[in-house]
Design a binder for this molecule. Sequence first.
Ligand SMILES: *Cc1c(COP(=O)(O)O)cnc(C)c1O
Length: 379
Amino acid sequence: MNAPRYLKFAGPVIDEATIAGVGDVLRSGQLTSGPWVQKFEAALSSFCGGRPARAVTSATAAVEVALQLCGIGPGDEVITSAQSFFTVLNMIVKVGATPVFVDCDPITRNLDLKAAAAAITPRTRAIVPTHWPGSLVDMDALHALAKRHRLRVIEDAALVLGSRWKGRAVGAFGDLVTFSFHPNKNITSIEGGALIVNGDDEARRVEALRFHGITYLPDRTRDVAFPGGKFNLPDVNARIGTAQMARLPEFLAQRRALVDRYFERFAADPACELPPRPDGDDGQSWNMWSILLPLDRLTLTRSGFREALDARGIGSGVSYEALHLSTLGRRYGYGEGDFPVTERIARATVTLPLHAALTPDDVDRVCAAVAAIISSARR
Ligand SMILES: *Cc1c(COP(=O)(O)O)cnc(C)c1O
């Protein structure tokens, strides 16, 4: 028998027309930011209700630029969830501000807004919530809280391009919103990200911040007033991203169908904790499918479980480690026991394969493997 196809836990679908389009860009001579960046930004902006979108080289760059756009730096505090990706911690520290962690909701994994409210001090400047696939941060409560305390909001929407809140697309409202186009996300530009801003003035400042801090003077020389980075997206990437945007609805539908299948299959043997199940088409996008292992009832560690999956040709991930327990996070005085929900998720979570190139049969294979591994490891 042939070994079954290895199932990566995440990955892109890139069609031949896009590959040919990249060839066209390479032959055009316009390789770095050019007309395709403008087209990509126009597509993103139109998806986000007409708000200005600016493309950058990653979501990480978008978060850094967003913090700089808000003028956040030394002496400022930024509230974020301890259950998130390293980007939020790193960029807050990188601009010289202090990360203030709060715990997350045990079911949705989104930042706990009550804890965020309690963490606000006179030095707080912004809240950076990471939206989880399957359920967004409560946008009404979040923006009301920010408004009450005059805080900026930088939504880390890396995982949720295509999710909607009460019918409106993430990015179409709010304050600053960042997206990622890394190959593991809902669409890809290989590497790439975008920042959605409030108006043309902010968009112009982002253009400077992503390109050396340069502004153009009337005599056709340049000036720099702020040490900007080098985060402009090349046209090759924007060409891919533009083609991917056109396929986003299809990718989202495929992911959605696979998640429905996961819910069905896991319903038979709910040995693991699952994400909240959507009620009909509730407007959520599904970038990841992460379960919590019942580790206290297993003779296996998580890493043993993942090895057993690997042995069956199934990839997996950990989303996410607890940020406050990273070496960098601990430098801000955090330690074990500070955020019990985050820590429990960080210990027990496993991300199973979910992407637009999977089939329902692949999902069945993953579920059968998970069930077999768990039942053979029950205490
Ligand atoms: C992927 C991801 C990022 C970083 O995106 P890049 O484009 O790789 O910089 C940030 N936050 C979250 C929640 C992510 O999943």
